[in-house]
Design a protein around this ligand. Sequence first.
Ligand code: UDP
Length: 311
Amino acid sequence: MSRILVTGGAGFLGSHLCERLVNDGYQVICMDNYITGNNRNIEHLKGNDKIEFVEHDVSKYISVDGEIDFILHFASPASPIDYLELPIQTLKVGSLGTHNSLGLAVAKKSGFLLASTSEVYGDPKIHPQPESYWGNVNPIGPRGVYDEAKRFAEAMTMAYHRVHGVDSRIVRIFNTYGPKMRVHDGRAIPEFISQALKGEPITVFGDGSQTRSFCYIDDLIEGIISLMNSGEHEPVNLGNPHEMTINQLAEKIVELTDSSSEIVFKPLPEDDPKVRQPDITKAKKILDWEPKVTLEEGLSKTIEYFRETLK
Ligand code: UDP
């Protein structure tokens, strides 16, 4: 296996994947339409002959010359503020974009990995969430555009696997953080770190008792590479099971940044899940994978990146 297409290659996860694959010796095609992806994430790879850059919206027909051995389909807005601003693009990239990417996988006889999400579980009634849980999603709420697009993408991937024999994988990614997230990303960790470093109030939504479990980017990338190299066709959760409240997260970021910011409370967005924690029994068993980076280590590296970016 040598040539890999990464859709959404300039995004947070996509750019880390491109970098890892180039370092591992693969030939990489980084495809992005830059609506939420950021040129800065991949600038340092320009000029490297292991990587080609293609500006394209994968919701439209995808044409790539030459062989492709694997497609990693990571194109999608992924922050709640993005899919509120880009609801139709979010639905299109999850549905049409996934269809086009799978069509390309059939044409090129390549492997295919779908970046799915813990959002397929919605506001979960089973905790922690195993892959066997079907979820609790509001299809017509503001988050439904992302959740349902990803659920459709999973259904489409399994159909292409069953009908066309595509050698497919599905990863359900839980909250992940690290360098290369955007300063104005809107998700809790980049938002809190930016606010703490600027001395602005930390905006906790609701009463902050809702929980999340945060995985550092390097751990996630390791898991994705293992899954790509496995033979598993059904969904696999990847995330860090270390669960905390959003209040605890805000306090930890204030402490690690040594900030004087106060914590303020804002209205809770509609359909915001109350709890979330991955059950990673399956990933441990079939991939021999589990996260290694502690929250303090991961946050410190991320804070360092934001300090540089905000300079
Ligand atoms: N959140 C918050 N303040 C912010 C951004 C997010 O309190 O400025 C909360 C959000 O309501 C959710 C949690 O933090 O309960 C994680 O939100 P994020 O947007 O990071 O991802 P989600 O897990 O909701 O997709």
